[in-house]
Design a protein around this ligand. Structure first.
Ligand SMILES: Cc1cc2nc3c(=O)[nH]c(=O)nc-3n(C[C@H](O)[C@H](O)[C@H](O)COP(=O)(O)O)c2cc1C
Length: 182
């Protein structure tokens, strides 16, 4: 399985990017590949730029999504929703509507937040938006990382065995669902 991972935080020390990298290590241990795609150069969506020839970072994103068996979208919660840069990626990847690289592309959602809720509201909004792009979302178990600022050690690994175990269960479940969708 070839997975593409996108972090909805551009911050160098992002907890969501750390979580994505932790998920990539789990994927590797399950004989899957999870490539982290850098979205920092993606311009804001502008229909005038969305012609046959697209900005190079956008085309690279679309090609990477098209080549992936599934996506792992990891988002912070900003003001009770998912981040604007994640929405921007979805907007680019959703055109032309219902015949886009996102159409029918299976997605898994992760979130990390410093709050006790772990980005629950962000995930709910993201699920709703992905319904609009006809992108099926792995349903359960959810993975939300609360108190993310205390969750990683200096090597960027999850400190808690419970967090790590649940991430492994999440990725195993997602990979199983990709192979046997139901
Ligand atoms: C603009 C902004 C809005 C935020 N709103 C929320 C929020 O609604 N809920 C929440 O749990 N955390 C919120 N936070 C805190 C983020 O969860 C926290 O900054 C987190 O570390 C961001 O993810 P990152 O580490 O991957 O960059 C907000 C942060 C920013 C910058």
């Amino acid at each position: 399985m070839k997975l593409l991972g996108i972090s909805g935080s551009l911050r160098a020390g992002s907890f969501n990017t750390l979580l994505l990298k932790a998920a990539a290590r789990v994927a590797a241990s399950e004989s899957a590949e999870l490539k982290v795609h850098d979205i920092s150069a993606i311009p804001l969506y502008n229909g005038d730029l969305d012609g046959d020839v697209k900005p190079a970072p956008v085309q690279a994103l679309l090609d990477a999504i098209a080549a992936a068996d599934g996506l792992v979208l990891v988002t912070p919660e900003y003001n009770y929703s998912f981040s604007g840069v994640m929405k921007n990626v979805i907007d680019w990847a959703s055109r032309p509507a219902f015949n886009a690289v996102l159409t029918h592309k299976p997605c898994a959602l992760l979130s990390a937040s410093m709050s006790a809720l772990g980005g629950a509201r962000a995930q709910t909004h993201l699920r709703s938006v992905l319904a609009g792009t006809l992108s099926p979302v792995y349903q359960a178990p959810d993975y939300l990382l609360a108190s993310a600022h205390t969750a990683f050690n200096n090597d960027g690994e999850l400190k808690s065995d419970d967090h790590q175990k649940r991430l492994e269960q999440f990725m195993q479940g997602y990979l199983n669902w990709l192979q046997h969708p139901r």
